[in-house]
Design a protein around this ligand. Structure first.
Ligand SMILES: C[S@@+](CC[C@H](N)C(=O)[O-])C[C@H]1O[C@@H](n2cnc3c(N)ncnc32)[C@H](O)[C@@H]1O
Length: 379
């Protein structure tokens, strides 16, 4: 096995090295049972961190999709269904059984993906599909060395500096939640917006990434026109391609623009999906939005459902959010050298104050999910 030095891993900080000759904690004084319990928790987390790679492989190689609804399968049958090598598939299945994602049927040497698990892992059209989360991990883990530098220098790691798995994974992870909630729940919770879009309105979707949010709205409101903006050219290229495939190119336009200077005026609705906190200048973005809104127009700000109180984030969602903030959101904002670097759990009051300073003083929590909070904002 590679040592940490041969693997290119930088050893710990200078203070850590100075103290290597003695224990940092007097082990005589610690509670052994609590140590054992916590060690088990950490080993569980370590196992989950490695197993995440297997989840991503299962998603990307179509293993979960091939098992969905198929009943018990041998490893050979699953290999032939997916065109993969049986020996690898068998090893992957062993890891799935160990993680209790897949059940093993003793005696028949077969494996089964329960329907309830297939909904989460195999069906991209399910509101519960969560495999996109694991696509992002490849990019997140690859950022470690850049983050080491960033922690020491205070510089950022820009959104565009990550690998493509982050952009595709983000789109894949957020899309099911938007498909389930955006039109039926979130837009209907905004006063009068649905009626305007049904008649024919103008919508800007700022920081749109791959543009699934833009396209879901465009599909629901064929009389309206939609403009997606993002400062990341590869994401805009991807969004244009998907819009063309979905036959939406006549109603949806995607352009490269920053949130702080996107073009156009007279928008009935301006949306920010999970992006405002990623910018270095959310106030500048909201000032631009305030100028671009039509009279009576609405901004919809969708932010992660995290809390400024760090103790309130000790939940499974809070843990994922706060860790993503360290890996992606905070460094992305810092890389833009703006006045703010909020991270993704600065909380409602921080964003509300920034909006009010930008002239958007009407503020209401319109909807909420375990992952997102949706604010209706206006002049
Ligand atoms: C977490 S992703 C969300 C993407 C998309 N809205 C979604 O919900 O799937 C954040 C997006 O914000 C974009 N972004 C970050 N800073 C920006 C800025 N200053 N101007 C425009 N877009 C920005 C990134 O390129 C990225 O697409």
């Amino acid at each position: 096995m590679a040592t940490s030095a041969s693997a290119g891993v930088t050893p710990g900080s200078a203070p850590g090295r100075e103290r290597m000759d003695k224990h940092l904690v007097d082990e005589e004084r610690v509670d052994e049972d609590r140590v054992a319990q916590f060690l088990e928790r950490v080993i569980t987390d370590g196992g989950a961190a490695v197993a995440g790679l297997c989840t991503s492989l299962g998603d990307r190689l179509g293993l979960y999709a091939a098992m969905a609804g198929a009943g018990p399968l041998t490893s050979a049958r699953l290999a032939s269904r997916t065109g993969l090598v049986e020996r690898y598939v068998r090893e992957w299945l062993a890891a799935q059984v160990a993680g209790e994602y897949v059940t093993y049927v003793p005696g028949t040497d077969t494996y089964e993906l329960p329907d309830e698990h297939a909904v989460v892992l195999a069906d991209p059209d399910s509101a519960h599909y969560a495999a996109g989360f694991f696509t992002m991990l490849q990019a997140v883990y690859a950022t470690e060395d850049a983050l080491m530098d960033a922690f020491r220098t205070g510089e950022g790691v820009g959104w565009q500096e990550h690998g493509p798995a982050l952009f595709a994974g983000t789109a894949k992870f957020f899309r099911p939640g938007y498909a389930a909630s955006l039109v039926p729940e979130w837009l209907t919770a905004l006063d009068g917006v649905v009626a305007k879009l049904e008649r024919g309105g103008r919508v800007a979707d700022v920081g749109c990434g791959y543009g699934y949010s833009t396209m879901l709205m465009a599909e629901a409101f064929p009389a309206s026109h939609f403009y997606g903006f993002d400062f990341h050219p590869p994401s805009i290229r991807a969004a244009r391609g998907i819009a063309a495939e979905r036959g939406l190119a006549d109603r949806v336009r995607f352009d490269v623009a920053t949130a702080q200077d996107f073009p156009g005026k007279g928008f009935d609705l301006i949306t920010f999906f999970d992006c405002l906190h990623d910018t270095g200048d959310p106030g500048g973005a909201l000032r631009c939005a305030e100028q671009a809104l039509a009279d009576g127009g609405t901004c919809m700000i969708v932010e992660p459902n995290g809390s400024a109180d760090v103790q309130e984030n000790a939940t499974p969602v809070g843990r994922a959010l706060t860790a993503a903030s360290v890996a992606v959101c905070l460094p992305s904002a810092l890389a833009q050298h703006g006045p703010q670097a909020l991270g993704n759990h600065a909380g409602e009051e921080a964003m509300r104050t920034i909006a009010a300073d930008a002239g958007l003083r009407r503020w209401r929590l319109a909807a909420e999910s375990p992952v997102n909070r949706v604010y209706a904002v206006g002049r």
